[in-house]
Write a protein that binds this ligand. Structure first.
Ligand code: HEC
Length: 107
């Protein structure tokens, strides 16, 4: 968990310097940001153990709109999962656009 928070902190520092229009960039920008997602989302069949054993959904190949609206729902609290709420809360609109663009292009 400590590592995750360090990553999150670095990601938001880097972000502060580059705020721009949220047009998704699935290349360089997203590849740095997915570092904080792959630990949970890239492992087929992975189950998160906090707060309870939970199947982590695979998000690669979902539509960008779906990923974006899911992340915004975690940010607003419309979706309740605590780990995802913490993560989404640390993302800017630009991060969300980049991540959505990246994952929607994954097979
Ligand atoms: C600590 C583990 C963990 C990390 C790290 C994590 N997620 Fe998640 N994510 C989950 C779990 C568990 C769920 C399912 C929660 C639920 O049902 O509400 C989820 C759900 C989602 C969903 C909704 C999927 C769906 O099918 O509805 C999206 C989109 C998502 N995560 C994106 C991301 C992105 C982007 C990142 C990186 C910025 C990330 N997640 C990092 C554990 C994680």
């Amino acid at each position: 968990m400590k590592k995750l928070f360090a990553l999150l902190a670095m990601a938001s520092l880097a972000q502060a310097a580059t705020a721009a229009d949220p047009v998704g960039n699935p290349k360089d920008a997203a590849e740095k940001k997915i570092a904080m997602c792959i630990g949970c989302h890239a492992i087929p069949g992975y189950k998160a153990t906090f707060p309870e054993v939970y199947q982590v959904p695979l998000i690669g190949g979902q539509s960008a709109k779906y990923i974006e609206s899911a992340l915004k729902a975690y940010q607003k609290g419309d979706r309740k999962h605590p780990s995802m709420r913490g993560i989404a809360g640390s993302l800017t609109d630009q991060d969300i656009a980049d991540l959505a663009a990246y994952y929607s292009q994954q097979k």
